[in-house]
Design a binder for this molecule. Sequence first.
Ligand code: SF4
Ligand code: SF4
Length: 338
Amino acid sequence: MEYLYCEKMNRQLCFNGDYIYACTVGNNTKSNSNLIIKENYNGEPFDIEQFFVEREQIKKDAKNGKIVENCEGCHYLQLRDWDNIGTGRKIDYILISNYKRCNSRCTYCISRSDYNPKKDKDPETYNIIPIIKDMIEKGYVTADTKFDFAGGECTLYSNFEELLFLLINSGIKNIIIHSNAIIYSKAIEEGIKTGKVSICVSTDSGEKKTHEKVKGVKTYSKVWHNIKKYNQVKPENGDNTVSVKYILVEKINDNPKEIESWLKKVKSIGVKRVRFNADNDIFIKYQSSNEHNHPYLAQIIILTEFFVKRANFYNIEYELDYNIDAAYKMLNVKMPNG
Ligand code: SF4
Ligand code: SF4
C-alpha cells in the first residue's frame, strides 16, 4: 500500500544546538519548522530504543493518512509503499551541529541567527562523544552511517578532533565536514588521507570584495589558500573529495558574473567538485508570505541553469543542494541532472 512518508523521519538524527531534529530542511513545510526529536537537549543519555518506538508510531500514523504536524506540506514526503523501506534499527545519517561557535559572520547563517556577536559570548556546548560512542557500541551506527559536521565552525569545537578520530577509527566510511576553512586543520588533513573524510567549504564568490560581503570577515586569501592545501592531500585510495560551495544571496552574489568568476577560481586551484545552493532566508520569506510563485524563485532557476552550463564548460562536477531543489519543486520545473 502506498502512503506519504519520508525516510528522514526515522533514519536520521540531527544534533543541532540544543535540539535533536529528524532533518534540517523543514523550511519548506507549512510550519516552517523541523521535525523535533528532543528540545532543550544538553547531552543527556539518549534512549535510542525509545526513539525507534516513537518513530514506528509516526510511520503507522502516516500509513493511516496522518502526517506528523511539523512535516505537513514538506516537499520530501513521497507517495510509495514504505512498509519494507528503512526497517531495522539503524541510523543512516547523523548531523553534528551542536556547537555554534564561529569565526565567520555569513549573511545567510541559520546556525547563528539568534546570536548577537556584539552582546553574546560564543557559547560552548556539550560533549557529544559519549552519545556517539554508545550508538556505535550498540550497533545503531554502522560503517555506512553518514556523518555530517555543520555550523558553527567545527574546528572551534573543543571535542572535534577526538570525535573525528573516533569515527575514523570506528570504520565510518563517509564523513563530510562543512568548514569555513579559516583555520587549517591537521585532523581534517589526516581524515582526507584515509579517504573517509571529505570537506566542503562555502566561498560564495571568486571576488574578494563579494566574498567578504557575504562572509562578514576579511579572510578571502586565507580561505582559498587552505582549500588549495586540502585539495592537494592525497587519499590512500581514490580521489580527493574537497568541494567548494556557492550559496546564492539576494542582491549580493546572485548574478552570472559572480558565478562565472567563482567557477574560474575553483578551476584555477584544481578543485573538481562544487555545490550550488540558495540562501534559506529566501524561502522563509517567500513561504511565509505565501508567494510560492514569486519571481525570485524563477530567478534562482535561471541562475542555476547558467551555473550548470558553465560548470559543464569547465568540466567541474556539481551537485544542486536542497534549496535549489525546493525552488524547482515549488515552480514545478524539472531539475537538471547533477
Ligand atoms: S517530511 Fe520533510 S520536514 Fe519531515 S522529516 Fe522529512 S524532510 Fe524533514
Ligand atoms: S561559517 Fe557556517 S556557522 Fe559560521 S557564520 Fe558562516 S554559515 Fe554560520
